[in-house]
Design a protein around this ligand. Sequence first.
Ligand code: ZN
Length: 312
Amino acid sequence: MKYIGFLIAAVLSFIILPNSVVQADQESSARMALYKKTSALTDIPWEYIAAVDQYERQIHTNRKEGRVTAIEPDPMFWTGSAGEMPAAIFPEGWGADGNGDQKVQINNDEDVLWSMASYIKSFGTTPDDIKIALWNYYKRDLTVQTIVNTAEVFKKFQTVSLTKRDFPVPTQTNYSYKNTWGDARGFGGRRIHEGTDIFANYGVPVKSTTYGVIEMKGWNKFGGWRIGIRDIYNIYHYYAHLNGFKEGMKIGDVVQPGDVIGSVGASGYGPPGTSGKFPPHLHYGMYQDNGKNEWSFDPYPYLRKWERMAKN
Ligand SMILES: [Zn+2]
């Protein structure tokens, strides 16, 4: 009888949940198991291994066949040229036999994770050691910052499955926005309008749309009081013209969707404190980093989607 109940539940969940949700869920538990195993073998906290993988997932969009992780190690870390060597001749490179099949394979999840973690471990296991290891590997500050931020988020929520999102202002308040990304703008020089303006009253709460870390907080003569949040998808979320910040909030804080970070205002276009040169609104921008460059993309379709999610 137990089996029949289980079978019915399994069939039901298969029918009710879209296939992609089931797959994403299975994949994140498979990933989590690999991170924890690698962590147990190397003493590198699992959230760092997960964060390196998460970073590379955004860089390499084509997943290698048969793999659930996305790290594509630099070939110089592997002995030999084919990326597949008997473990016995391993010592010249960093490639390590994580799954114990006596081979070190550049396309095996466990071998790759163990190799990466062993490389990091050669610098030590404290957060500072890990940061130095990451800098030596990637040689790029923004990459190291992104990975360290992501590790903080994973550590706080103890999962890599963080799919919740929120709309940046409460959907019960009066607000309006149009798709104006890419328009020429009246202020701020010749750059295009790199965001969506959400018009709302002074003091309406502004919320984080995503899981991430506060990376920037302060004044800029165009944007006024601004906040920047780096999320776990190598995306930077930019909130400008705020009236003020949430009390006590500081750079490095981990946030989740719905956390209030400040309030709507009309600050900007002058020295610190200048306000009221245009109607109050939240300027919301999104920037994608591909490991080499960071560029603005249109947040409007995402705002529409998050608005629908928030109203349900
Ligand atoms: Zn704007």
